[in-house]
Design a protein around this ligand. Structure first.
Ligand code: GDP
Ligand code: CA
Length: 308
C-alpha cells in the first residue's frame, strides 16, 4: 500500500481524488480547502469539502460537478419569498448537510471531526482531513470592491477583475493534529489540478503545514489545472493573469517552484517541458483531462508511476 496524501480544492480536486481512490494499492487521505467556507442563511457551508465528500460518496451531481444529484430548490424558494438573497445555489438535500454541520459546530465540535464523521456516515473510504480548524477565508480585491470567493465566483460570475488576494485569519491558524499526522506518515504528496491560488495555496499557507510536507523529503507531484493556457472550468487562468502570472502550465510550474519536485502537464503543453525542467522540476506530459472514471484512474496511476 502506498500512503498518498492529496491536497485538493473542489471540482478538480474531487476528480483526482476519485481517480486515486479507484486504485487498489493506494491508501488515500485528502487534505481539503476550507478557505471557501461561508455562512448562508445562518448555515455553515463548506463548498470544497462538500464537493470532495459528495463525489467520493457518489452523491454528486455529475453534470454540474458540485451539489447533490436529483436535488430540489424548494427551501430556497421559501427563503426567496422571505426576502433572502439566494444566489448561492443550495439544494434541499444539500441543506441537510449544512444544517448538520452547523448544529455540530454550535455544540462545540471541531470542524475536522465533523468532516470526518460525515465522510464515515456516507461510507467514504479515503480519509478527509481539514488543514485547520480555525477560520480562514479567501478575500479578493476586485474592480468591484472586496469580495469573498463565493461572492466573486457565484454571485458575480467571475466578471470583476481580480487585482489582489489574501487569506483572512491565516496568521493565527494552526494546522490540525490529523493533518500533521497524515503528512508525517505519507509516502507521497499529490497536488490536485485545483486552482492554485484559491484552493491549494490556502492549505499550504496554514503556518507549519507546507514545512511539515517539505520535512518528510517525500515526492511532491502536482497535476496542472491548465491545459493549453485554459482552465477546464472556473477562473484559475483569468485570476492568474489578473495577478501578473502567466496562465499556462509554465506559470503553474513557476508558482509551485521550490515546493513541487514533479509536474504532470498535458500533451498539448509539451512545448514547455524544457522551460519547466530548467526550474528544477521533473515533467511528464500526458493526457490530463479527466472526463470519466476510466481517465481519472488512468491519470492517477500515471501520477503514481511518475512519482515512483
Ligand atoms: P473548485 O474549488 O470547485 O473551483 O475546484 P478546484 O480548485 O479543485 O479545481 C478547479 C480547477 O480544476 C480548474 O482550474 C480546472 O481547470 C481544473 N480541472 C477541472 N477538471 C479538470 C480535469 O479534468 N483535468 C485537469 N487537469 N484539470 C481539471
Ligand atoms: Ca473552491
Amino acid at each position: 500500500m502506498v500512503k498518498v496524501t492529496l491536497l485538493a480544492g473542489g471540482v478538480g480536486g474531487a476528480k483526482m481524488a476519485e481517480g486515486l481512490a479507484a486504485l487498489d494499492d493506494v491508501d488515500l487521505t485528502i487534505i481539503g480547502n476550507v478557505a471557501d467556507d461561508e455562512v448562508f442563511h445562518g448555515l455553515w457551508v463548506s463548498p470544497d469539502i462538500d464537493t470532495v465528500t459528495y463525489t467520493l460518496a457518489d452523491l454528486i451531481d455529475r453534470k454540474q460537478g458540485w451539489g447533490v444529484s436529483d436535488d430540489g430548490m424548494r427551501a430556497l424558494g421559501i427563503l426567496e419569498a422571505l426576502g433572502q438573497p439566494i444566489w448561492m445555489t443550495l439544494g434541499d438535500k444539500d441543506l441537510g448537510l449544512h444544517i448538520y454541520r452547523t448544529m455540530r459546530r454550535a455544540q462545540g465540535d471541531r470542524p475536522s471531526q465533523i468532516a470526518h464523521d460525515v465522510a464515515r456516515a456516507l461510507n467514504i473510504k479515503p480519509r478527509i482531513v481539514l488543514p485547520t480548524d480555525d477560520r480562514v477565508q479567501t478575500r479578493l480585491l476586485t474592480d468591484d470592491g472586496e469580495l469573498s470567493f463565493q461572492e466573486y465566483f457565484v454571485r458575480e460570475k467571475c466578471v470583476p477583475e481580480v487585482s489582489g488576494l489574501w487569506f483572512e485569519g491565516i496568521g493565527d491558524a494552526r494546522p490540525t493534529p490529523e493533518a500533521l499526522d497524515v503528512i508525517d506518515r505519507s509516502d507521497l504528496f499529490v497536488i490536485a489540478p485545483s486552482n492554485p491560488l484559491v484552493s491549494i495555496d490556502p492549505i499550504l499557507a496554514v503556518p507549519g503545514l507546507q514545512d511539515a510536507i517539505v520535512h518528510t523529503h517525500k515526492p511532491v507531484v502536482a497535476v496542472s489545472p491548465l491545459i493549453a493556457g485554459k482552465t477546464v472550468k472556473g477562473p484559475a487562468a483569468k485570476m492568474m493573469s489578473g495577478l501578473g502570472m502567466e496562465p499556462t502550465a509554465l506559470g503553474i510550474a513557476r508558482h509551485y517552484q521550490g515546493f513541487v519536485d514533479r509536474l504532470v502537464i498535458d500533451d498539448q503543453d509539451a512545448g514547455f517541458v524544457e522551460a519547466i525542467e530548467a526550474l528544477g522540476i521533473a515533467v511528464s506530459a500526458t493526457d490530463i483531462l479527466m472526463p470519466n472514471a476510466e481517465r481519472k484512474a488512468a491519470l492517477a496511476s500515471q501520477v503514481l508511476e511518475f512519482a515512483a
